[in-house]
Design a protein around this ligand. Structure first.
Ligand SMILES: Nc1ncnc2c1ncn2[C@@H]1O[C@H](COP(=O)(O)OP(=O)(O)OP(=O)(O)O)[C@@H](O)[C@H]1O
Ligand SMILES: [Mg+2]
Length: 366
């Protein structure tokens, strides 16, 4: 069955609050899509609307080739995996997996076959006789995945399934869920507040903020072409640095001017973008890996002062204060720098970002 999921102008209103505000996107058959954004941005609400656990205030949802807007959750051909796995404590792993099939009155030999197949995919065959309390967190999460898997749904819906696990196990289960997706070619909608999980696992990410879908694209495109300052600073770690600037055009030259007076000439391509800013007010963005540190003044480099230095072993991160804004940079561990040291940052014209200060949207060349 074709298992694409289509959301069209989906809304959920609580009183005067738009928990989900006119959200539209399409998950293709076999695609892994991560819904990502800060707490309260509407991720769980969107997932629950797809599942049919709550009713929409407006819009349409289709799963496969069926409109499901008026269907009960049980008729939508979906399976959910939650943060708290909600396994039955008194049932063995086998019976936890078998239960959804027993509920559907499937024949015993079919149940047995499906449970063993799922157990094999998730590498929990040796655990089938145990009870949930005799399992580690990661094993319990695999059983929860297995319980969704035996139902052979058109779409898997997962809400922060890894957030109860410790950091190391989370990274391990991250690759296991990715493997699960790859092996089954399953359609998965996966909710997480962790942008790194979304970037590393998903084919596409839907970045939400305040109930509104900000950007829907591959992680690579979201990372390299964020549509606004929210997405720019949410995706990537450490975050993209954002500095308010003024755009000044004199004759043929367009420059950026910092609030402390520094000036940076722009390439022709960036000048065309910057000239589109409202009232000449823009925001300059740069990722840590694109900034070059100088210990002496350099023409066109931006002056700043080292705030903090954070060695991590193979890479050292530093925060530089520029016009009172924190700018993240990364350095070879061999570079010796001290807090309060004066430094100059060289921006890469091909990899810097320009946003409109008023609308926060990325500036495009006219
Ligand atoms: N039943 C409800 N009644 C009223 N407001 C609600 C209800 N459920 C959710 N909300 C509100 O809707 C908004 C979105 O909530 P939602 O649970 O979708 O956020 P989320 O992105 O999943 O956040 P988190 O990362 O914290 O889980 C929040 O402001 C929340 O307070
Ligand atoms: Mg949530």
């Amino acid at each position: 069955m074709l298992a694409q999921v289509v959301l069209k102008d989906v809304n959920k209103v609580y009183g005067s609050l738009y928990a989900v505000n006119n959200v539209s996107f399409t998950v293709q058959d076999g695609e892994f899509v991560a819904l990502v954004g800060p707490s309260g941005c509407g991720k769980t609400t969107t997932l629950n609307l797809i599942a049919g656990l709550i009713t929409m205030s407006g819009g349409e949802i289709a799963i496969g080739d069926r409109m499901v807007t008026d269907l009960d959750p049980k008729d939508r051909d979906i399976a959910m995996v939650f943060q708290n796995y909600a396994l039955y404590p008194n049932k063995t792993v086998f019976n936890n997996l078998a239960f959804p099939l027993q509920m559907r009155k499937q024949p015993k030999d079919v149940i047995d076959k499906k449970v063993r197949e799922a157990a094999k995919v998730l590498d929990i065959t040796h655990l089938l006789d145990r009870r949930p309390r005799e399992l580690s967190g990661g094993q319990q999460q695999r059983v929860a995945l297995g319980r969704a898997l035996v139902r052979d749904p058109a779409v898997f819906l997962m809400d922060e399934p890894l957030s109860n696990l410790d950091a190391k196990l989370r990274v391990q289960m991250r690759s296991e869920i990715k493997r699960f997706h790859h092996n089954l070619n399953a359609t998965i909608v996966y909710v997480t507040h962790d942008q790194l999980e979304a970037v590393t696992m998903a084919d596409k990410m839907a970045v939400m903020h305040g109930g509104v879908l900000q950007q829907y694209d591959t992680p690579a495109n979201v990372f390299s072409n964020p549509v606004n300052t929210f997405v720019a600073s949410f995706v990537g770690s450490p975050a993209m640095s954002l500095i308010p600037v003024e755009v000044v055009t004199t004759g043929a030259a367009t420059i950026l001017k910092g609030t402390s007076g520094w000036e940076m000439p722009l390439s022709a391509a960036n000048a065309r973008k910057a000239q589109g800013s409202s009232n000449g007010k823009a925001v300059l963005g740069a990722r840590h890996s694109t900034l070059k540190l100088h210990k002496a003044a350099k023409p066109d480099a931006v002056p700043g002062k080292i705030h903090t230095v954070e060695p991590t072993g193979d890479i050292t991160f530093a925060q530089v204060l520029v016009d009172g804004e924190v700018v993240n940079i990364s350095l070879e561990p061999s570079v010796a720098i001290q807090p309060d040291e004066r430094v100059w940052l060289e921006f890469d014209q091909d990899r810097m970002h320009l946003f409109d200060a008023t609308t926060t949207m990325a500036l495009k060349a006219a």
